[in-house]
Design a protein around this ligand. Structure first.
Ligand code: GLY
Length: 368
C-alpha cells in the first residue's frame, strides 16, 4: 500500500492506494470515527459489485453501516438526488461528529462530498473511489458539487475528505472503455508537469491497461502525488490548480455538444482536448512539432479516442464549438484562457489566446 499526504494544515489527509483496500476499510476508517457507525452512499452498479465487501469490512471492526443506493450515471448529479441524499443522511441522524462514505465514481464522490459539506454545516467524509478517473482526480482535492440546468459543477463547495482509499483491485471490474477514459486523466498529469512520467506511460501504459497491478499502483500513486502537490499549493484554484484543466476547455465544449452522453465520456474528451491543446501550442510557436505528435501517438497506441473524427456522429462547426468554449468557467472578462504547453510536462495558463487560431485549429481538425 502506498500513502500520499495531502498537506492542507488542519485539513490534511492521506490517500491510501493499494490492491484490496476495500477489505481493510474498517481498520483504516475506524481510527477516525467518534462513534461506531458510518453512512455509505453509493450507486446501483457499485453496490452490486462491492457493497457487500465494504459492509463486511466495516462490520468486522464493529462499525455499523447504513447505506443509500442511488441510480448510476451523470443524471444522478443534480438537485433531485442531492435532496434525496441530504434528507436520507438527516433521517439516519448523521451528526457533526459522524462520518459519511462516498463509495463510487466521480458522480457519487462529487454529490456525496457536497451533501457532507452542507449537512449540519459540514460533516466529515471518506472517499472510496471505484473508477480510475475518480481515483486519480475527482476524489482528491475537495472539489464537490452538482450540475444544474445552467451547466456542470456550477453549484458546489470545497470540502476536503478526511481520508481517500483507492483500491486498485476494483479497477478490474471496469470496462476497457471506462478504464481508458480514466487513463485520459493519468496521461494529463505527465503532460502537464512530469515528462518522465509521460515517458514511463509510453512504455508501461499498455501493460497498465491490460491489468498489470504494479503498473496501476505506480500510475495511480504518481497521479495522486501530482494532484496532492498542486492542491496543497493552490487549494481554491487561484493559480496553479488551473493546470489540472489541461484539455478541459476543448473537452467541456465537446461534452456539451454531445449532450454528456455515451458518445463521449469525460476522460475521452480530456484526451482529445490534450491533443488539441498541444497542437494549438505548437501552432502558436510555443512548442516543437514533436510534442503534439508524441501525445497523439501515445493516445493512438493505447486505442483511445484521439481526434475529433473519433467522436461518433456529427459535430457542429468550428464557430459553434468556439462559442461553447467562450462559455467555459475559465473565460474571464470574455478573454479565452487555455492551458497550453511549452513542451511535454511544461503546461502553463495562457491568457488571451487568439480566437482565430482556435477556429483554424478546429476547422483543420474537422477537415483532417
Ligand atoms: N479536476 C480538477 C481539479 O480538481 O481541480
Amino acid at each position: 500500500m502506498n500513502t500520499v499526504d495531502v498537506e492542507l494544515g488542519a485539513r490534511s489527509y492521506e490517500v491510501r492506494i493499494g490492491g484490496g483496500l476495500i477489505g481493510s476499510a474498517g481498520q483504516l476508517v475506524a481510527p477516525l470515527l467518534r462513534r461506531n457507525r458510518v453512512a455509505v452512499v453509493t450507486d446501483e452498479t457499485v453496490a452490486a459489485l462491492h457493497l457487500a465487501a465494504l459492509t463486511a469490512a466495516f462490520e468486522a471492526e464493529g462499525v455499523a453501516v447504513s447505506s443509500l443506493i442511488l441510480p448510476p450515471g451523470e443524471a444522478t448529479k443534480g438537485w433531485p438526488q442531492f435532496a434525496t441524499c441530504v434528507e436520507w443522511l438527516l433521517q439516519e441522524k448523521i451528526e457533526r461528529r459522524d462520518m459519511v462514505v462516498a463509495f463510487g465514481g466521480g458522480v457519487i464522490g462529487d454529490l456525496v462530498g457536497f451533501a457532507a459539506a452542507v449537512l449540519r454545516r459540514g460533516v466529515r467524509f471518506v472517499q472510496i473511489p471505484t473508477t480510475l478517473l475518480a481515483q486519480v482526480d475527482s476524489s482528491v482535492g475537495g472539489k464537490t458539487g452538482i450540475n444544474t440546468a445552467q451547466g456542470k459543477n456550477l453549484v458546489g463547495a470545497f470540502h476536503q475528505p478526511s481520508l481517500v482509499l483507492a483500491d486498485i483491485a476494483v479497477l478490474e471490474t471496469l470496462s476497457r472503455r471506462d478504464f481508458l477514459a480514466g487513463y485520459g486523466e493519468v496521461v494529463k498529469y505527465g503532460l502537464l508537469g512530469d515528462p518522465l512520467f509521460f515517458e514511463w506511460l509510453e512504455v508501461e501504459g499498455s501493460a497498465m491497461a491490460a491489468g498489470d497491478r504494479a503498473a496501476r499502483l505506480r500510475a495511480v500513486t504518481r497521479s495522486v502525488e501530482m494532484k496532492a502537490g498542486i492542491v496543497a499549493r493552490d487549494e481554491t484554484e487561484e493559480g496553479e490548480r488551473a493546470l489540472l484543466n489541461l484539455g478541459h476547455t476543448f473537452c467541456h465544449a465537446l461534452e456539451k455538444t454531445t449532450g454528456y452522453s455515451d458518445r463521449l465520456l469525460h476522460g475521452e474528451g480530456v484526451a482529445i482536448g490534450c491533443a488539441l491543446a498541444f497542437e494549438l501550442s505548437q501552432r502558436l510557436g510555443l512548442c516543437s512539432q514533436e510534442a503534439p505528435s508524441r501525445v497523439r501517438a501515445h493516445l493512438r497506441a493505447m486505442g483511445m479516442k484521439t481526434d475529433l473524427a473519433d467522436i461518433p456522429g456529427d459535430l457542429p462547426g468550428p464557430e459553434a464549438l468556439l462559442a461553447l468554449m467562450a462559455q467555459d468557467k475559465k473565460v474571464i472578462d470574455g478573454r479565452l484562457r487555455f492551458v497550453l504547453a511549452r513542451g511535454i510536462g511544461q503546461a502553463f495558463v495562457a491568457e488571451d489566446v487568439p480566437p482565430e487560431a482556435v477556429l483554424k485549429l478546429l476547422s483543420d481538425a474537422m477537415a483532417g
